[in-house]
Design a binder for this molecule. Structure first.
Ligand SMILES: [Zn+2]
Length: 518
């Protein structure tokens, strides 16, 4: 009998290890099955992007999106609530209609910029004037009265509306080189002249308004066919519109060659005073370590030139879908699973910084946070963010991820801590293990990031599904891990590419809790 005990013990040990391994494999395959056979991604994307629309902080559509997220979680039996963390200038986009009314009629592709006051129904009709070439700020001040009663064109005339890749494919090499050389020279001259005015593209609109301009026309080309970046206006009363490269170029040529084009801007919007801003937080409570957390993270807000499909609709639906799947196949996690849909990332990580500041206990109990926010592509990069032992646990968790998902991911350990860029940085700055699930580009920077083209049709659902599976598995593994993750920081070696200073660990920053309000 005595001899047989250890054998029996070994058998029991073997069986229990086998059972753990088997249940892990079962859960992983249940996650994949649910994601592949019962995907809700298309429906979620439709409801969020097409029906709700863009999610600019302070707009009614941001609030309806938060309410939609809470209701969606409730439908799945997941607790969720909107947590207020600040106030913002309330504003709602209205009809924008811009037409050339002289010397001929043409409707133009134009968008009013965010937080720009209304022109009223009658709009503003005026001639156009381009910025002058000046030797210094004095000359510019002398010129300024010319803008009185005019709509000022503040962007450079682009020499080509074709992106480089198109030139590369079709131009003769000599012609491509010539175009680039000429364009570089033009851009350089434009920048120098802008410096001479004493203003920047950020503050010139206000100066032109003060000098009596009745409107501003810009074209912030994003170097892709039809793609412009759309941000905020920077004037108190007069309209600011972004025009397509094509329409802007036509008007610019006509203005400088003396055709005296007149345009009519109707840009109706509503000021809504001071409104509260929120994060939507969903919770699947932990059973064994309820005070330890795995957080799924994606900012919820967007700019509003389009519907914010890849910034950050895709990160948002990834986290929603991962949460839905986990609730179904892993309803009683060891650690608490939180899903954070942050407000106002676009104005400086405000929602997540507020959460970090307001919830020190959750930050202390953070096992890991997974953030996704750079487009629709499958995840291809994962950095340890400077945590010395990140390889141990992230490596362990990645082992459970199926090869066809894992094989795309290039890992960097221990990596360097992210100082900004997206919401994981708010947690890293507090010394907590936040990680970025970084995507393949799919032409994000030119075509969809903050542009008028960031719409449902750019979503690559196969890649987003891949990311939802990855997120769900990493969350499951992080929740089940017998060990709490280490936060020991690696010694940072080298200098910052941006500042040239020696690398240092980022420090926690407070959010702006009163945005766009004086
Ligand atoms: Zn984003």
């Amino acid at each position: 009998m005595k001899k047989r005990l250890p054998v029996l013990f070994l058998i029991v040990l073997f069986i229990s290890n086998y059972t753990i391994a088997q249940s892990m494999a079962e859960i992983v395959s249940a996650i994949e099955k649910e994601a592949n056979e019962n995907s809700q991604l298309e429906q979620l994307a439709y409801e969020l992007m097409d029906v709700n629309g863009p999610r600019l902080v302070g707009t009614p559509q941001m609030k309806t999106a938060h309410d939609w997220a809470v209701n969606t979680y409730k439908k799945w039996g997941i607790m969720a609530e909107n947590q207020a963390w600040g106030k913002w200038r309330g504003w709602e986009r209205g009809i924008t209609h811009v037409d050339m009314v002289s010397p001929r009629i043409a409707s133009l592709h134009a968008t009013q910029l965010a937080w720009n006051p209304s022109t009223g129904k009658n709009g503003v009709t005026a001639s156009l004037i381009t910025l002058p070439t000046v030797s210094d700020s004095l000359a510019f001040v002398k010129w300024l009265p010319n803008v009185k009663g005019k709509i000022v064109m503040v962007s450079m005339l682009q020499p080509t509306g074709r992106p480089n890749y198109n030139w590369e494919e079709f131009a003769t090499p000599e012609s491509f080189e010539k175009m680039k050389t000429e364009r570089d020279a033009k851009e350089k001259a434009w920048r120098e002249n802008f410096r001479n005015t004493g203003y920047t593209s950020r503050n010139i609109n206000a100066a032109l308004e003060k000098a009596g301009a009745v409107g501003i026309a810009q074209s912030r080309w994003s170097e892709g066919f039809g793609a412009n970046k759309i941000f905020s206006a920077g004037t108190d009363k007069i309209p600011v519109v972004d025009l397509s490269l094509e329409d802007y170029g036509m008007l610019y040529r006509m203005a400088v060659k003396g055709a005296n084009p007149k345009i009519k801007i109707v840009a109706e919007s509503k000021e809504l005073g001071e409104v509260p801003t929120f994060n939507t937080i969903a919770t699947i409570p932990g059973t064994e370590f309820p005070d330890e957390y795995v957080i799924l993270s994606a900012h919820f807000d967007s700019w509003d030139g389009a519907t914010g499909a890849t910034d950050n609709g895709t990160g948002t639906i990834t986290m929603l879908e991962a949460a839905r799947i986990l609730k179904k196949v892993y309803p009683n996690p060891k650690r608490t699973i939180l899903i954070g849909h942050w407000g106002s990332e676009e104005q400086g990580l405000n929602g997540s910084r507020a959460f970090v500041e307001d919830n020190p206990k959750i930050v202390d109990g953070l096992q890991a946070l997974f953030n996704q926010d750079n487009g629709t592509g499958r995840v291809v990069r994962l950095s340890g963010q400077g945590f010395l032992h990140a390889y141990d646990y992230l490596g362990r968790w990645l082992e459970a991820v199926p090869e066809d998902i894992k094989k795309h991911i290039e890992t960097t350990f221990p990596g360097t801590p992210g100082g900004g860029g997206s919401d994981y940085a708010s947690f890293v700055a507090a010394g907590a293990p936040g990680f970025s699930l970084s995507s393949l580009s799919w032409s994000y920077w030119n075509y969809t990031w903050h542009t008028n083209l960031d719409t449902y049709d750019k979503i690559v659902f196969d890649d987003v599904r891949n990311n939802a599976i990855l997120t769900a598995i990493l969350t499951y593994m992080a929740s089940e891990d017998p060990e709490k993750t280490s936060r020991e920081k690696a010694t940072l070696i080298g200098t910052s590419r941006r500042t040239g200073e020696p690398l240092s660990w980022p420090t926690q920053r407070s959010p702006n809790r009163k945005g766009g309000l004086d």
